[in-house]
Design a protein. Structure first.
Length: 401
């Protein structure tokens, strides 16, 4: 079995040499010089492996391939942080330093390369219509024999026309969209950018709702407790027909103090009258007045404590209701402060998409790179020719005529 790639052609030449001549004798057939033979075989290989594929590629690229325009947009995802928060005040949405949100940038990148983004491009950007403007290019038209008809094949074609590049150093994300018309590429890029902004808004709203849900529930619970405590205090006042029992008790105490002072003065007057004139007619009325003052003092003391209608139990109930109301109000104020702090924190954590470069309609098609593809295919063919070049180590020697 011959080993060299050209051994089969040498074997054919040996068979030709071994054929008998018309006169019955064996005579060697004339053969071209070895150098010319090798050059002719090399030319055939170059023609088949390099020139012919390059011509086929040129025929496709210049005859069928559709021009593809690219629209590029650049943006950064930022979020406000707590570095710029005032020492004793609230933070407005536009206050504070804004830092790069790398996690949100990766989320935006994954969204733009997802099937949701493809659905958005179809619904709002007419992506299927864009693919229909390929001019019959078999590698880019959809549906087609080479590109298929399923949604999965459409998604693969979408990934070929939309590229995302995220620079972790600068935080800039570059979106490049291809189209068969400049307006198609620009409009699709605009739709995808708007979809990315809507995605960030949804993420912000969800994060805000999650962070504030507990605080808002606590505020609602504290508000309900404050209302219940206030209602209980109102019911007590209506039932007892008094606004503040402590104020009424203070009035009674003032009355007792005044009665006590009058009682002391009356007792002093009685003593003076008895010393001056034991049989004085003023002693009897003064004694009656003293007894009345003491009786009134006893009655007032009984109204404060010791009786069924005394102020002591009502004051205790009233102070308990006031304590519950004050506690509920303070709990409500604390919960509202926590809620406000949560809102400020949500604002600081909110992500924003800031556009650095807006999508524009290109005035020149960037794809396909026709000369580059043709040169690459031709160079690859030459590499194959060199890789499978003929060797002379195992070639048999030809007899000379």
């Amino acid at each position: 079995m011959p080993e060299a790639p050209d051994a089969w052609s040498d074997l054919v030449e040996l068979v030709e040499l071994s054929r008998p001549s018309p006169a019955g004798t064996f005579a060697p057939a004339p053969s071209p010089p070895p150098r010319q033979h090798r050059l002719r075989r090399l030319a055939v290989r170059v023609l088949l492996l390099a020139v012919l594929p390059a011509l086929i590629a040129a025929g496709y690229l210049y005859g069928f391939a559709a021009d593809r325009y690219a629209s590029e947009a650049r943006f950064v995802v930022r979020k406000a942080n707590a570095l710029g928060r005032p020492a004793g005040g609230s933070l407005l949405p536009d206050e504070g330093a804004k830092g790069l949100g790398s996690d949100d940038s990766y989320a935006v990148r994954d969204f733009l390369l997802s099937r949701d983004a493809l659905r958005l491009a179809i619904d709002q950007g007419g992506f299927r219509t864009v693919l229909g403007r390929s001019g019959g290019d078999p590698f880019w038209s959809f549906p087609g024999r080479l590109t298929g008809r399923t949604d999965e094949q459409l998604y693969k074609l979408y990934q070929s026309m939309v590229t995302i590049d995220y620079d972790s150093g600068s935080g800039v994300t570059t979106l490049k969209v291809q189209g068969f018309r400049p307006e198609d590429a620009r409009d699709t890029a605009v739709v995808l950018m708007q979809g990315a902004e809507n995605l960030l808004n949804r993420l912000n709203e969800r994060a805000r709702a999650d962070s504030l849900r507990v605080a808002e529930g606590e505020v609602a619970r504290s508000r309900a407790q404050a209302r219940a405590a206030e209602q209980q205090l109102t019911d007590f006042r209506n039932r007892e027909a008094v606004i503040d029992p402590t104020l009424l008790a203070k009035t009674v105490l003032d009355t007792i103090a005044a009665l006590s002072l009058q009682s002391v003065e009356t007792a002093a007057q009685i003593d003076i009258a008895r010393q001056a004139s034991p049989n004085s007619p003023q002693i009897a009325p003064l004694s009656a007045r003293l007894r009345a003052l003491r009786a009134q003092m006893q009655q007032e003391r009984a109204s404060l404590a010791g009786g069924d209608r005394s102020f002591a139990p009502r004051i205790a109930e009233y102070e308990q209701l006031v304590l519950e109301r004050d506690f509920a109000e303070r709990s409500l104020l604390s919960a509202m402060a926590v809620l406000e702090a949560g809102r400020m924190d949500a604002l600081r954590q909110q992500a924003y998409l800031e556009r650095v470069v807006e999508p524009r309609a290109a005035d020149e098609a960037l794809y396909p790179h026709r000369p580059r593809w043709i040169a690459g295919i031709f160079a690859a063919g030459l590499a194959l020719v060199w890789l499978f070049r003929p060797t002379t180590a195992g070639a048999p020697a030809h007899p000379r005529a």
